[in-house]
Design a binder for this molecule. Sequence first.
Ligand code: 5GP
Ligand code: MG
Length: 456
Amino acid sequence: MCAVVGVYGSQNASKIAYYALFAMQHRGQESTGISAADGKSIKVVKHRGLVTDVFDEKSFEILEGECAIGHNRYSTAGKDSVLDAQPVFARYKLGEISVVHNGNLTNKNEVRNSLIERGAIFQTDMDTENIVHLIAKSRENHLIDRIKDMIRKIEGAYCLIIQSRSKMFVIRDRYGIRPLSIGRLEDGGYIVASETCAFDLVGAKFIRDVKPGELLIFENAKEPYSEMLFEPDYRPCAFEYIYFARPDSIIDGKNVYETRVKMGKILALEQPADVDLVIPVPDSGVAAALGFAEGVETRFEMGIVRNHYVGRTFIEPTQQIRDLKVKLKLSPIKYLIENRKIAIVDDSLVRGTTSRRIVGMLRSAGAKEVHMRIAAPEIKYPCRYGIDTPTKDELISNSKNPQEIADYIGADSVGFLSLDGLNEALGRERRYSLVSFDGNYFAGGCADSPECRSVD
Ligand code: 5GP
Ligand code: MG
């Protein structure tokens, strides 16, 4: 998962991109970067680390120009090194380009191998580099035609922002799997960003979502040119609503916070618990726990405190560090928990590491009963469209049923939201990408590999 932003036609383009990336830090903490174009050339500043660590006043002296694109990285393809930071910049026959990408290409290796056959060399393992090569290798005379050529060759999930020295191109895949919205800045410029929470910070007005299959071209002071490259087949990712997006964002017309509360309410109907107290796993479970508490008409308390100076637990790659980090991150308020029956609500259960630790923590704090409630269905399949879920074997719900999971994490019971309940919370007006739950790899890839042919 990653964040992308593009700013066009603004005097403060790179600073606005910076604040937008700051607002979207939750979407990726490994590395960050901005490139800016002033009509004559493109300049890039990127590095490992958080937005506030990577950029300083000097960066903005480098990043001049009225168009800036930026990226926060959360690795799904490629390694965690500075080479893997985006934007990916290149010089090619027609000049200079810079690319940022959120998503995951399901035919990455196939495309890469055929490029390598034809003599291409790669610096990284990232699918974004494929995109740059495909554009550079195309025989078309205009960048726009080269971009279209490239799009015809890639499959999977992508929100792309491509910058030339004077234009900005924006493309969302035909399913609209990852979110992408357009806003208008106070100075008349445009902003495109993964989440609307970025607009709120920089004072931009939301215009609309980029349509699935849409290509937008920003050029001069004109309204962006729009063209549909594909017939839309809207299937936004349900996991954005469950976990990934910030609760103050609105994705494809749906308020993330409100949807999470609804998931909790439906969970209460499907998996009630006779308890004294409902406690969320902070921060990701808070909205769903509020809905759950309302649903079961039980007192809600913030019975677990989170230390905010620790990053998200999945960022560290080794299991040993992951275990330690959960302890560093969360601690219980004992007097609330002692001798009480507790329902503990989280947004999702992946490997079971967090819940196991939390249940243990509640038991040591004297809880009489601990009932785990998860405001998402059982995650049985790896996402191949940009969410960094582990392999099938590491997913606890792939091998254990709720009773076995309860035994494993030490809870009195475990209850999940049903797939139908999730659809109810999301609304029935459109389909969603539910691949982690139903294993329908409609955009390519499969459970065993990021790359196999699509199933429908
Ligand atoms: P588990 O400990 O079961 O492996 O993971 C469950 C926890 O991870 C939940 O609290 C959930 O909020 C969080 N989570 C779910 N998906 C992701 C993800 O893609 N990235 C990160 N950093 N956390 C996740
Ligand atoms: Mg969490």
